[in-house]
Design a protein around this ligand. Sequence first.
Ligand SMILES: [Zn+2]
Length: 521
Amino acid sequence: MKYKVLYRKYRPDNFDDIVGQEYIIKTLKNSIINGNISHAYIFSGPRGTGKTTTAKVFSKAINCLNPHDGSPCGECEFCKNFHDNPDIIEIDAASNNGVDEIRELIENVKLTPTNGKYKVYIIDEVHMLSTSAFNALLLTLEEPPAHSIFILATTNIENVPITILSRCQRYDFQKIKIDDIINRLKYICELEKIDADDEALNEIAYLSEGGMRDALSLLDQLSKSNQKITLELIEKQIKTISQKNIDELLTSIEDNDVEKCLNLINEYRIRAVDYKTLIKKIIEVASQKAKNIKISGIIKRLDFNDYKNLILKLADSLNKININVDSYTILEMIILDFFESSCNLINEYPVKEETIQNEVKNDEIEKEEKTEAIENNNNDDLVNIRINNCFVDAQKKYLEEAKEEIANFISIEVEGKVKSILIDSTVVAASSKNLILVCNNIHNVETANKMVKEIEDGLNKEFNKMYKIIFISNERWLQEKEKYIQNLKTKTVYKYIEEKEVSEEETIVNSVFDKNKIEII
Ligand SMILES: [Zn+2]
């Protein structure tokens, strides 16, 4: 028996098997149920998303003698003989872009259907038609015979003349979701007894970029090796790089590991991985990381701007790949330049031994005094210490915990001024022992800091947490955050600084935050 490629063998012949276009399928079924058929449709969308398959199933349903719930019955004369049906005419505009072919088609349009209700013309890649062919088609679309239906399909809707579009009902096909592709691959592997591990199927789905046809073609190609389909086999056979490879590369950049990064690039060069694909994938993953930073607000060694700069440079390199040099050399230079600009390779790596305290005590305080009049009532030491101590072990999980605790505290425990201060403020950083809160209203900072002891005690009583809290203005926070990011980049370590000890704690807090008292202790 002749081998049938998986894509053809498993091409859906009913609506239920078409994956990932639920809305379109539902609308088309409804039009069958309601007998509301149009004379011209255009299906647009990326390759392999089911446009032609949907066109075929739809043309079957239109002509089916006994459709069930908008779907072809699969049993009537028409359904059974669908494949060699003279009433379904398929034209591939990519190979028939001449006006003659369209003229011939239009002449046939006048003929009545042989055995169905309608003659259906499916024109694939319709954007490839020449201008005169489009003009000829337009004449027909303007006055279509009652028994004819046109279904145009295209991957480039922008190249289809507006005059044509305005005559058609338009459906935009979406890329198929990775999970939907994986499920279909699993289903087919089971029927075909193809041994493939989950990781490999994931990768095939990822590589196919939302196109079922590409996914099945890849599966076909890999299954011919007659061995278990694994990630290694994919890498070996497809000359591509896996999601895992990209993660490795970006992790080496994040870890400031120049050597590993260059080794990886060289490995891809030796494997002759397609440069365009590689760059596209790095950009995809890097932009996801950049977006995550914006959304979560988590501070990491590489920040949003670092990723943004990398992405822009990589995208720019795609314009240079036709220049007659090894594209990978360009990639190496981009990455090295990136290390240089974002990672401070020289001297500051490995870890600096000084703590932030020294830095703060020098010129920083002078700068801040100008902008932070409200906070700098001679309590800057304690403010700095508490900010520093919070950064020693600031973590997202602590931040989430603290946010929840403060929210609970507001809702159940506190009243009056403390409540309004807390409602006005946001926890912006947290360790297990320290919290930094920003007052939205800058005039509240001083008042808030006078209530610190009360809030600390309350949180202790309620949640058994011995937090040291500091309130600062948003402006101050932005400066501190910036410093923190810089320190992360240079791997400067924050060290815990003891707060000054005294006999009566309450007095300290009061004195420290009291505007009128000059001395701390
Ligand atoms: Zn039927």
